[in-house]
Design a protein around this ligand. Structure first.
Ligand SMILES: C[S@@+](CC[C@H](N)C(=O)[O-])C[C@H]1O[C@@H](n2cnc3c(N)ncnc32)[C@H](O)[C@@H]1O
Length: 418
């Protein structure tokens, strides 16, 4: 047996003293930091090492020897098998407290020790408006934690109930057509009364979708694609239509949209209230909803977005609602932002993906004469990196908008000022 195999088989007893950045329980043993998913602070646990480096170990929870009085039974039968949720074993207030602690620990790295306000999600469960499923050759599935292994599921407690009904319908269709082995992913999205289902196939398949369209109903649309190709419309609704903030929106099937509508609206309102001046740049602007709200309030808005589907959706939003003060620019923020910042600009919004802002974007903002940066982040480690790169600015306020209850993802709105 190799040293590596011995390490993997080793059982370690640990006291959990804190939470890691992904919500895992953290303990220490023989000078090493252990990260144990699903273990709670103050618990005494037994775990098995799954990965060992010179400074830390990732470990699997085997037994809870002394339970935290905060632990509750997770309502989902797939909890801790499916890797989607982290915090179903706590009540919501305790979850929010941990998220606040995680962000507070992260922001200490850029010398922030101020208050952090937490805005809870009105819905703890059934809040997601989309899901990406896999197929394991038999059944629709989700991923195990940090693994490509799949867990068969027939419903997910995080998605809106109508999406769960669609999961059942799509599973019946897949079985009836014997296409279990041909499917890479099924994406299901809902906005308003509209549902779109997008099948991504491994290999070309000849399929008659009429029966599925009938089962789903007239408000639904079906898309399909092969490999990395763009989604092609098959039948039914073509776009996700909804009325948000008083204007008509039509989103492409593959365009970004905030996953939790209610928290997304609270976040946007806070951003609108934080913007200074009559002109604003909205970097990483997605399908343009936030840009649209700002334009509707009378601001001149420059939205910068790389994705074609998002740009198309933002252009439709501009046309459908006659938003003459909205300018959607398609391109990479790294190339566009340094040339777009002008001396009359008082505030700038950035809402990058998890990878954070490009270094060129941070440098351009840092050297600009902008009073306020409104940074929306879904990854606190890149947020901290980018704040450090914008060293001419100081953190004025931090708010958590709990966009993703029960999961380890944390959405943060950080206002920076010179
Ligand atoms: C977290 S989403 C935010 C979208 C938008 N602010 C909203 O609220 O819907 C990040 C967006 O950045 C876009 N994006 C990613 N890399 C980019 C880049 N280098 N330049 C411009 N946009 C980019 C993605 O396509 C995505 O729409």
């Amino acid at each position: 047996m190799t040293d590596w195999h011995k390490a993997m088989n080793k059982k370690v007893n640990l006291e959990i003293t804190d939470y890691g950045y992904s919500g895992e329980g953290v303990g220490r043993n023989k000078g090493k930091v252990f990260f144990v998913p699903y273990a709670l602070k103050d618990e005494l646990v037994s775990c098995k090492i799954v990965k060992e480096t010179s400074s830390f170990c990732k470990a699997r929870l085997v037994e809870i020897k002394n339970k935290s009085d905060k632990r509750i039974n997770a309502p989902c039968p797939y909890f801790a098998k499916c890797g989607g949720c982290t915090f179903q074993n706590l009540n919501y207030q305790d979850e929010l407290e941990i998220k606040k602690q995680i962000i507070s620990n992260q922001l200490k790295k850029v010398d922030f020790a101020g208050d952090i306000e937490v805005i809870a999600s009105p819905k703890e469960y059934n809040y997601r408006n989309k899901i990406k499923l896999f197929c394991n050759g038999r059944s629709l599935s989700l991923n195990e934690l940090e693994s490509s292994r799949l867990v068969e599921i027939d419903r997910c407690l995080l998605v809106e109930e109508e999406i769960n009904s669609v999961i059942q319908t799509v599973q019946t269709f897949i079985n009836a057509k014997n296409i279990e082995k041909d499917i890479d992913n099924v994406y299901i999205r809902k906005q308003g009364q509209n549902i779109l289902v997008w099948f991504k196939f491994f290999k070309p398949v000849k399929l008659e979708f009429g029966g599925l369209q009938l089962m789903l109903g007239a408000e639904c649309g079906i898309y399909q694609s092969l490999g990395k190709a763009k989604p092609g419309h098959v039948m039914g609704a073509k776009v996700l239509s909804s009325n948000e903030f008083g204007f008509d929106c039509e989103f492409d099937v593959n365009a970004f949209h905030q996953v939790n509508n209610e928290v997304g609206q609270k976040l946007y309102q806070e951003v609108v209230d934080s913007v200074l001046g009559n002109k604003v740049i909205n970097a990483y602007s997605g399908a343009g909803v936030l840009s649209g709200i700002l334009a509707l309030s009378g601001k001149t808005v420059y939205g910068v977005e790389l994705g074609q589907a998002e740009h198309n959706s933002a252009e439709r939003l501009k046309e459908n609602n006659k938003l003459n003060k909205l300018f959607n620019i398609k391109g990479d923020c790294a190339e566009i932002i340094p040339n777009l910042i002008s001396s009359d600009l008082q505030s700038l919004i950035v809402d990058p993906p998890r990878a954070g802002c490009d270094k060129k974007v941070c440098e351009a903002i840092n050297n600009a004469d902008v009073k306020r940066v409104i940074y929306i982040s879904c990854d606190s480690s890149t947020l901290v990196r980018d704040i450090a790169r914008m060293s001419n600015f100081k953190i004025k306020s931090v708010k958590i908008f709990d966009m993703f209850p029960k999961t380890s993802s944390i959405e943060v709105l950080c206002i920076l000022e010179k």
